[in-house]
Design a protein around this ligand. Structure first.
Ligand SMILES: Cc1cc2nc3c(=O)[nH]c(=O)nc-3n(C[C@H](O)[C@H](O)[C@H](O)COP(=O)(O)OP(=O)(O)OC[C@H]3O[C@@H](n4cnc5c(N)ncnc54)[C@H](O)[C@@H]3O)c2cc1C
Length: 287
C-alpha cells in the first residue's frame, strides 16, 4: 500500500507525555521512545498496528501533508496499562543526496525527535493489523527484526506475558542492530526485554554488524543458522507463527538463513507459501 492510500481524514490530537533517548551517548544513531497521551480522544489500538504522524508544514511542492508511519511499541493498554497512551520508537533519520553527499533531515522523524513534553502531535490510524497475537497461548512465536523493527515485538512480548497471563508456546526473538549499543530496548541504557529473560518460554538472540562503521548490516543470518535445529523444528510445527519487522535488510537475512535450513530456495519457498496460506506468516518491512 502506498502512503497516499492511507486514510488521513479525522486525525487525532495527542499530547506528547514523555520522550526519552534509548540509544546510549556513544551510539551513532538517535532513537527515542515517545509516549503519546489521548485523554480526550477516544482511541483504541491493538498490538501489531501502526499509526500515521502528520508532520506540520510547509510541505514540499505538490504535497498537502507529510505523513509517515510508525509501529506501535506498547501493548494495547499502553506501557502503564491505564488505557490512555500509546508508545512509538522513532529513529532520527536523514537522507543523503547521492550527488552532493549533503545530509537532509527527515521531516517526520526529526519533528518527533525534537518535540517536547506537552506538545500536540496529530496522528492518524491506527492502521493495519499486520501482526496479530495468536488466540492460543500455546502458539509458538518466531519474531525476526532489525533496528526499529523491534517496536511491534516489544508490544507483543509485554502483552503476552502480562495481559495474556503468561505464554506456553515458544517465543523466540532474533534481533539485529548495527552495534550492541543500538540493540533497542536491549542495551545498557534501557533493557525492557530483560524483564522477560527469566520466562521459561522466552529466548532472545542478538545479532550485530561485524563492521558497524562500514554500514554493514547485522549478521542475523548467522545467528538464525546457529540456532538451526530449534528454528527449523518450529517452522515445521503447524502451531508456529512467523513475524518479520523493520528495515528490508531483515528480510534478506531471514530468507538466506531459511533457504539454508530448508535445503534450498525452492524448499523454503514451498514452506513459506504454506505458512502464508495458513495465515501464519506476517511481515512489516520498510526501507
Ligand atoms: C509500516 C511502517 C512502520 C514503520 N515503523 C517505524 C518505526 O517504528 N520507527 C521508525 O523510526 N520508523 C518507522 N518507519 C519508517 C517511517 O515511517 C519513516 O519513513 C521514517 O521515520 C523517515 O521519515 P522522515 O519523514 O523523517 O524522513 P524521509 O525524508 O521520508 O526519509 C529519511 C531517510 O531515512 C531512511 N529511513 C526511514 N526509516 C528508517 C529507519 N527506521 N531506520 C533507518 N533508516 C530509515 C529512509 O530510507 C530515507 O533515506 C515505518 C515505516 C513503515 C512503512
Amino acid at each position: 500500500m502506498r502512503l497516499s492510500d492511507y486514510d488521513t481524514n479525522n486525525p487525532h490530537e495527542m499530547t506528547l507525555q514523555s520522550t526519552e533517548i534509548i540509544t546510549p551517548a556513544d551510539s551513532e544513531a538517535e532513537v527515542r521512545h515517545l509516549v503519546l497521551r489521548f485523554d480526550d480522544t477516544p482511541f483504541s489500538y491493538a498490538e501489531g498496528q501502526s499509526i500515521g504522524v502528520l508532520a506540520p508544514g510547509p510541505y514540499e511542492f505538490g504535497n498537502t501533508q507529510h505523513l509517515r508511519l510508525y509501529s506501535i511499541a506498547s501493548p494495547s493498554l499502553g506501557d502503564d496499562y491505564r488505557g490512555n497512551t500509546l508508545s512509538i520508537c522513532v529513529r532520527r533519520c536523514f537522507s543523503i543526496d547521492d550527488i552532493s553527499g549533503e545530509r537532509y533531515p527527515g521531516r517526520a522523524s526529526n519533528y518527533l525527535c525534537d518535540a517536547t513534553p506537552g506538545d500536540t502531535i496529530l496522528i492518524t490510524g491506527p492502521y493495519g493489523v499486520q501482526f496479530q497475537v495468536p488466540a492460543s497461548n500455546e502458539a509458538n512465536l518466531l519474531m525476526v527484526g532489525v533496528g526499529t523493527g523491534i517496536a511491534p515485538f516489544r508490544a507483543f512480548v509485554k502483552s503476552i506475558y502480562k495481559r495474556h497471563g503468561g505464554w506456553k508456546g515458544k517465543v523466540r526473538l532474533f534481533y539485529g542492530a548495527k552495534s550492541g549499543v543500538e540493540m533497542l530496548y536491549m542495551n545498557q541504557l534501557r533493557n525492557d526485554l530483560a524483564l522477560y529473560y527469566d520466562q521459561a518460554s522466552f529466548k532472545a538472540f542478538e545479532a550485530i554488524s561485524p563492521r558497524p562503521h562500514y554500514d554493514e548490516s547485522p549478521d542475523l543470518h548467522r545467528v538464525i543458522v546457529e540456532n538451526a535445529h530449534e528454528t527449523w523444528e518450529m517452522m515445521e510445527d503447524p502451531n508456529t507463527y512467523v513475524f518479520l519487522a523493520g528495515l528490508l535488510a531483515a528480510d534478506k537475512h531471514f530468507e538466506r538463513a531459511m533457504e539454508q535450513l530448508a535445503g534450498g530456495s525452492d524448499a523454503w519457498q514451498d514452506k513459506k507459501a504454506s505458512l502464508i496460506a495458513s495465515g501464519r506468516y506476517s511481515e512489516l518491512l520498510y526501507d
